[in-house]
Write a protein of this length. Sequence first.
Length: 86
Amino acid sequence: MNSNKTVVITGAGSGIGQATAKTLAEQGYPLILLGRNEAALEKAQGTLKNPPAHQYFSCDIRKPEKIRDALVKSGVKNLHAVIANA
């Protein structure tokens, strides 16, 4: 079980990022989905296995302070992996 191994995925609202999120959610990983399009992230979260286990935050990953803000809001203390897809 991977339920305590949180993974961050950038560019998670579409394409490869969204496909990666689906694969990892099927394996039981809780996810933090990042991207610029909040509506796309919300839609992506809804397609995942166990949607409430995953969070999404709209942010521009070119700005480190925005990533930091998203991670603080998530409340997650430890990350297992980061998939820099964006």
